[in-house]
Write a protein that binds this ligand. Structure first.
Ligand code: ADP
Ligand code: MG
Length: 705
C-alpha cells in the first residue's frame, strides 16, 4: 500500500488523471477526423450514431484498451438494485490458423444482451421473459479497470421499457435542455443550443477496521449495526469534524484519489466528518450523467481500496445508532453550452431577470413536486436519518438566505428590488487580509439550500444512486420552464411578463422558503401550518410515484411512462420489504446464536460465583442484585425476541397481498419489534462482563481505527 501511495505522490498528477479513460483527447488522437467529428456531434447534440462510425470507434477503443492491459470488455449498467452490473467478454476470437485474434465490433460496442429476468423490474418482466438490452451511452466515456474495458450503457427490456437508473436520467437531461433553451430564446439568448445540468455529489462514508467487521454478522448482512450500546463518547466533543486525518486513513484516501484520478473521477476535497470514523469526499462537478456514473465508481472504489488497507468502508445511511449517519449532498445547477451558469446571481442579482426567473422556476418546482423529491431520497436505510435530528428533516423546504429572500419579497410587493453591495469581513488585525463576505450565510439544516450559484439537495442517502434525485430535479424544473415558455411566447413585453411570472411564483410558493433552523420542533409545527408535506417514511413516500399528477408530469416530458412509473413504485416497496426482512432475520439469528448463549453463560457463571461466595461470606446482596437485573432483562429479551419472530413471520406471510400493505406491516410491526429487542440487548451489553459479549463494541469500532 505504501508503494501506491508514493506513486501517487511522485508521478505527475496530470499524467495520472484520466490515464485509463478513453477521453476526448484520446479519441481525437486515435480516430479519423470525420469519425471523431461524427461522434462529437452525437455526444453534444444527441444526433443518431452511424453504425459505420461505431465500427471505427470500436476498433480504436479496442486497440487503446489492449495497450492499457485490458483483455475483456463489459457493458456497464445501473439496474434498479442501485448498484452497477457488468458481464465480461474477452476480446479473443479464433483465427483460421488455430490461433486467436483480438476483436471488438461496432455491434458489440453499441448493443449488449444481458439476461434481464433476474434484475428488479417491478412487474415489467416475467421471469421467463429473459431478453434485455444494454445500449452504449457515448456521453459518458469508456474506461479501463481491472483489465476490462468498461462501456457505460443504458439498460432496457425487450419491449423498450427502462430497467435502469440511467435511461430516465438521460431523457430528463434532454427534457430540461429543451425547455431551458426555449425560455432562453424568448429572453433573447438565441445562441444557446443546449443546457446541461451539472452535479457535484459530496459523498460521506465510514471506515472501520476489518477485524471488527468480520465479527459482526449484522454489518456483513445489512451494512449497519443492529445492536450496540452507546459508547461513553460519541460525537459530543465535535473533535472529529475537520480534525487531523490519521496516517492510516490518509494512506487510504491517497490511494483512493489515485485510483479515481486514473478513471477520470476528479476527486477534489477530503476531510473527516462529524461522527467518529466518518469521512467525506467531494469531486469537482460534472454533467449530471457523468457525475452519476462517477459517483457509482467512487462508491465501488472506496470499498475496494479500504480492503487493501485492512479497513471496511460502510456506505449505509445509518451504520451506528447515536452518532450521525451518512448522506450525499447533491449540488445541482444548470449551465448553457456557451458557459453561463443559470443559477449565478452575479453582482447585482436584483437586476438579473434571467437569474431570478430560473430561480423562481426551481422554487416553484420544488414546492409543487416536493413529494417526488422526497421519494427520490427515500430508502429503508435513509428512514433512520431523515427527520432524526441530524440530517435534514423529512419536510422539503428551501434555504435562500437573506439577500435573495429580500429581493423576492420586494418583487412580490411590487417594489423595485435592490440589494446591498458585497461587504468586507474585518478580522481585526492588520496581519490578516480582509475577506469578501458571501452574500448569504450557510444553513446546514436545510434539505434544499442555495449555496452561491447552485442548489444543494441534502436528503439523498449515502448508498443511493444520485440518478433518481437528478432526473426528478431535471424534470420538475423542465415542467415549470415549459409553463413559463408558454406565457412568454407571444408576450408583447417580455420583461413585464418575466416580472409577473417571478411575482406569481413568489406569491404562490414562498411557503417552501425557510431560512431558519430545520432541526427545531417549531419548524415541524410551522411547516404543517404552511401546508408543507411531512412524509416520514419510505412506505408513505412511494405514493408520489403512483399519483396521477406525477405520472402526467413524467409522461409529458418523456422521462418515464405510466407503466415504468408503476414498476418503479413496485420496486421501491419490494426493496423496502426485503431490506427489513433481512434485518429482522439477522437480528433473530444473532439473538439466538450469539447473544442468548452469551447472556445465559454469564448468568450461570454469576450463579456459580454467588454460591462460592456464600460459603465464605453471608452478604451476596451486590451479586444477587446484578443477577436479578440480568434475569429480568433476559426475560424481556427472550419475550421480545419471540415477538419479533412472530411479527416477521406474519409480515412475510403477506406476500400474496398488495406490496404496499406488506411494506406497511414491515414498517409498523417488524421495525418496532426490532427497536424493542435492540433496547433490551443494548441494556444487557452494559450489564455483562465484556469478555462474554460476542460482538465488538461501538467504542472499538468507532475509535480503534
Ligand atoms: P461544502 O462546503 O458544501 O461541503 P464542497 O466544496 O465540499 O462544499 O462541495 C461542493 C460541491 O459542489 C463540489 O462537488 C463542487 O464541485 C460542486 N459545485 C460547484 N459548482 C457547481 C455547479 N455549478 N453545479 C454543480 N455542482 C457544483
Ligand atoms: Mg455541502
Amino acid at each position: 500500500m505504501m508503494q501506491a501511495t508514493e506513486a501517487a505522490g511522485t508521478a505527475a498528477l496530470s499524467q495520472i488523471f484520466g490515464s485509463n479513460v478513453f477521453n476526448d483527447a484520446i479519441m481525437r488522437q486515435t480516430l479519423p477526423k470525420q469519425t471523431y467529428q461524427a461522434l462529437r456531434r452525437t455526444i453534444e447534440t444527441g444526433s443518431i450514431l452511424d453504425p459505420q462510425v461505431a465500427e471505427v470507434v470500436a476498433s480504436a477503443m479496442k486497440d487503446w484498451a489492449l495497450s492499457k492491459g485490458a483483455t475483456h470488455f463489459t457493458h456497464w449498467f445501473q439496474p434498479m438494485t442501485g448498484i452497477t452490473a457488468e458481464k465480461h467478454d474477452s476480446f479473443i476470437s479464433p483465427s483460421s490458423d488455430g490461433r486467436i485474434i483480438m476483436e471488438f465490433s461496432g455491434k458489440e460496442l453499441i448493443k449488449g444482451e444481458p439476461d434481464a429476468s433476474s434484475f428488479p423490474s417491478g412487474g415489467l418482466r416475467a421471469t421467463f421473459e429473459a431478453r434485455g438490452y444494454t445500449a452504449w451511452d457515448c456521453t459518458s466515456p469508456a474506461f479501463v479497470k481491472d483489465h476490462s474495458l468498461y462501456i457505460p450503457t443504458a439498460f432496457c427490456a425487450y419491449t423498450g421499457e427502462a430497467l435502469d437508473k440511467k435511461t430516465p436520467l438521460l431523457r430528463s437531461m434532454d427534457a430540461l435542455s429543451r425547455q431551458a433553451v426555449r425560455v432562453l430564446k424568448l429572453l433573447g439568448q438565441d445562441q444557446v443550443k443546449r443546457v446541461t445540468t451539472t452535479v457535484g455529489p459530496e459523498q460521506e462514508y465510514f471506515l472501520i477496521d476489518k477485524k471488527y467487521y468480520d465479527q459482526r454478522i449484522d454489518l456483513i448482512m445489512t451494512g449497519r449495526t443492529l445492536f450496540g450500546a452507546k459508547p461513553p463518547k460519541g460525537q459530543d466533543l465535535e473533535d472529529h469534524y475537520f480534525g487531523q486525518i490519521k496516517d492510516r486513513i490518509a494512506a487510504f484516501m491517497s490511494d483512493l484519489d489515485h485510483e479515481l484520478w486514473k478513471m477520470g473521477v476528479s476527486a477534489k476535497t477530503k476531510h473527516n466528518e462529524v461522527a467518529p470514523a466518518q469521512h467525506e469526499l467531494a469531486p469537482i462537478f460534472n454533467t449530471t450523467n457523468i457525475a452519476t456514473d462517477h459517483n457509482q465508481l467512487t462508491m465501488e472504489t472506496m470499498k475496494k481500496i479500504a480492503l487493501r488497507h485492512g479497513l471496511v468502508c460502510l456506505l449505509h445511511e445509518k451504520p451506528f445508532a447515536g452518532v450521525n449517519g451518512s448522506g450525499k449532498h447533491n449540488n445541482w445547477s444548470m449551465s448553457t453550452d456557451d458557459g453561463q451558469n443559470l443559477l449565478e446571481p452575479g453582482k447585482t442579482p436584483h437586476e438579473n431577470q434571467q437569474f431570478l426567473l430560473f430561480l423562481s422556476a426551481v422554487i416553484q418546482a420544488v414546492d409543487e413536486y416536493a413529494d417526488l423529491l422526497r421519494i427520490s431520497a427515500a430508502s429503508a436505510g435513509n428512514d433512520h436519518r431523515l427527520g432524526a435530528n441530524e440530517a435534514p428533516p423529512a419536510i422539503i423546504s428551501i434555504f435562500l438566505g437573506e439577500q435573495l429572500t429580500s429581493i423576492l419579497e420586494q418583487i412580490e410587493a411590487g417594489q423595485i428590488a435592490c440589494c446591498e453591495a458585497q461587504s468586507l469581513l474585518k478580522l481585526g488585525t492588520s496581519s490578516l487580509p480582509d475577506l469578501a463576505k458571501d452574500s448569504t450565510d450557510r444553513n446546514r439544516t436545510s434539505p434544499f439550500a442555495f449555496t452561491g450559484n447552485k442548489f444543494e439537495f441534502r436528503m439523498v442517502g449515502s448508498s443511493q444512486s444520485i440518478a433518481q434525485c437528478n432526473f426528478t430535479l431535471n424534470t420538475i424544473v423542465a415542467e415549470i420552464l415549459s409553463r413559463y415558455a408558454e406565457q412568454l411566447e407571444g408576450a408583447k413585453n417580455v420583461a413585464d411578463v418575466v416580472n409577473s411570472l417571478i411575482k406569481t411564483a413568489v406569491k404562490d410558493h414562498k411557503r417552501v422558503i425557510f431560512n431558519g433552523n430545520g432541526y427545531s420542533d417549531d419548524w415541524i409545527i410551522e411547516a404543517e401550518k404552511r401546508g408543507l408535506p411531512n412524509i416520514r417514511t419510505t412506505v408513505e413516500a412511494v405514493a408520489a410515484i403512483k399519483s396521477e399528477k406525477n405520472k402526467l408530469l413524467m409522461e409529458t416530458h418523456h422521462v418515464l411512462s405510466r407503466k415504468e412509473m408503476d414498476s418503479r413504485a413496485e420496486i421501491q416497496y419490494e426493496i423496502y420489504i426485503k431490506t427489513i426482512n433481512i434485518e429482522a432475520l439477522t437480528m433473530i439469528e444473532m439473538s439466538r446464536r450469539q447473544l442468548l448463549p452469551a447472556i445465559i453463560s454469564y448468568r450461570s457463571q454469576l450463579a456459580a460465583d454467588i454460591k462460592v461466595i456464600q460459603d465464605i461470606e453471608q452478604d451476596t446482596s451486590v451479586e444477587k442484585k446484578l443477577f436479578a437485573s440480568i434475569s429480568e432483562a433476559l426475560k424481556n429479551f427472550s419475550q421480545h425476541l419471540s415477538e419479533l419472530d412472530q411479527a416477521s413471520e406474519q409480515a412475510s406471510a403477506m406476500h400474496s397481498q398488495e406490496t404496499d400493505k406488506q411494506a406497511e406491516a414491515y414498517r409498523d410491526q417488524v421495525v418496532s419489534a426490532m427497536n424493542t429487542l435492540r433496547a433490551d440487548a443494548d441494556e444487557l451489553e452494559m450489564m455483562i462482563d465484556r469478555k462474554y459479549w460476542p460482538l465488538p463494541s461501538y467504542s472499538a469500532m468507532l475509535f480503534n481505527v
